[in-house]
Design a protein around this ligand. Structure first.
Ligand code: MN
Length: 371
């Protein structure tokens, strides 16, 4: 059983509504899909999402594809998929950084390795601790009344009781008032968290986080620039509301520094930014040892990438802040035949072979960008 080929596709998937972030408004999400085959013709599939070209992070879909095709694929051909950690260790000696590209490759190999053994991928990571995980939703209409109405509907439907607001864009003081009104309207029925996506400086953060804390917000994500570990450390010491590192928490070395200098007291996990599932497990270990709270983050993957995140998060002892892997609910269409289930404020962890998702090749073809 050896790897025979690795193909990479760039897809543009439309969303049900514009999704506004600090750096970009998503109306069509660009995802990168990987397909690995072995000599018996079996397939493994993977997905990572990217946000707004190069505006969110360094890994653009075009660079991910070019770097896999040129530098990574030649290193993995002929290897046995069950040795996914050894394979990626070899790759990391020849390819620096490129965490998103490495995630596409490792996840596809893991899907193939698990499928060929007829087991879910989480069995390769020690087994499933959770059958389902709490799931947050992002309110992103920009209009206070609309957001309150949407949150109340979702509470009634028992779909979400954790709501995140992306408040990095526009006037910070107006945005804080927007959040305060939403939290006030929802009361104790829901947790409200905010993500600034690096948009504030330290003075703005000092004023706004105090107001958010008073308003009853339960977590503040990445207020400062990703490089500003010292500033994050000061904010973490100053406020009672948990301060989460997301864009700053990428490599295991970065997460170790965050733990050491308390540059945040919680970490948003995302397999794509850490470089795959194996690295994510290591990040979670550092966080657990340092007493940092964990959050199951998303780059807004569709069902395939979300299944991989859900399976990995299901093997971690505690997700203090729940997860936000709502991606499949934001897309108009899907690249898998089956869908991820959301029930009773939680996402159900897929438990079929591999990541538990059956790929829809027609849909992959339909949404693949013509290069
Ligand atoms: Mn974030």
């Amino acid at each position: 059983m050896k790897i025979r080929s690795f193909e990479v596709y760039i897809l543009d998937l439309p969303t049900i509504r514009p999704h506004q972030l600090a750096m970009h408004t998503i109306v069509e999400q660009s995802i990168v899909v990987g397909c690995v085959t072995d000599e018996e013709g079996r397939e493994g599939w993977s997905e990572v999402a990217t946000i707004g070209g190069a505006s969110y992070g360094e890994s653009t879909p075009e660079a991910i594809k070019a770097n896999i095709d040129t530098y990574i694929t030649p290193l993995i051909l002929g290897q046995d998929p069950i040795h996914f950690d050894k394979i990626m260790n070899d790759v990391s000696k020849m390819v620096r950084g490129n965490y998103f590209a490495k995630t596409v490759v490792e996840n596809a190999i893991i899907d193939l390795a698990a499928k060929s053994k007829g087991i879910p991928a989480f069995e390769l990571f020690g087994g499933q601790i959770h059958q389902s995980l709490p799931i947050a939703w992002t309110l992103a209409s920009g209009n206070t009344d609309k957001d309150i109405e949407e949150a109340q509907q979702l509470l009634e439907q028992k779909r979400h009781n954790i709501f995140k607001l992306k408040i990095g864009k526009g006037d910070p003081y107006k945005n804080v008032e927007h959040v305060r009104q939403i939290k006030h309207a929802l009361g104790d029925q829901a947790r409200v968290t905010v993500d600034i996506n690096q948009a504030w400086d330290e003075d703005t953060s000092n004023y706004c986080i105090a107001a958010l804390q008073d308003a009853g917000v339960s977590m503040v994500e990445q207020p400062l620039q990703a490089w500003d570990f010292e500033g994050m450390s000061r904010l973490t010491a100053k406020f009672n509301v948990p301060i989460m590192a997301d864009e700053a928490a990428t490599s295991i070395q970065d997460v170790f520094r965050i733990a050491k200098y308390r540059a945040g007291n919680s970490i948003a996990l995302k397999p794509c930014k850490h470089g795959g599932m194996t690295q994510t497990k290591k990040v979670a270990g550092i966080a657990e040892a340092a007493g940092l709270g964990l959050y199951g983050g998303t780059m807004i993957e569709s069902s395939l990438g979300t299944a991989a995140c859900a399976q990995l998060y299901a093997t971690l002892p505690e997700m203090k802040f729940g997860t936000e892997i709502f991606g499949p609910l934001l897309f108009k269409d899907n690249v898998t035949v089956n869908e991820i289930r959301f029930e009773n404020f939680e996402v159900i962890v897929p438990d079929g072979p591999g990541f538990g998702m059956e790929i829809d090749k027609e849909k992959v073809k339909h949404y693949t960008r013509n290069l």
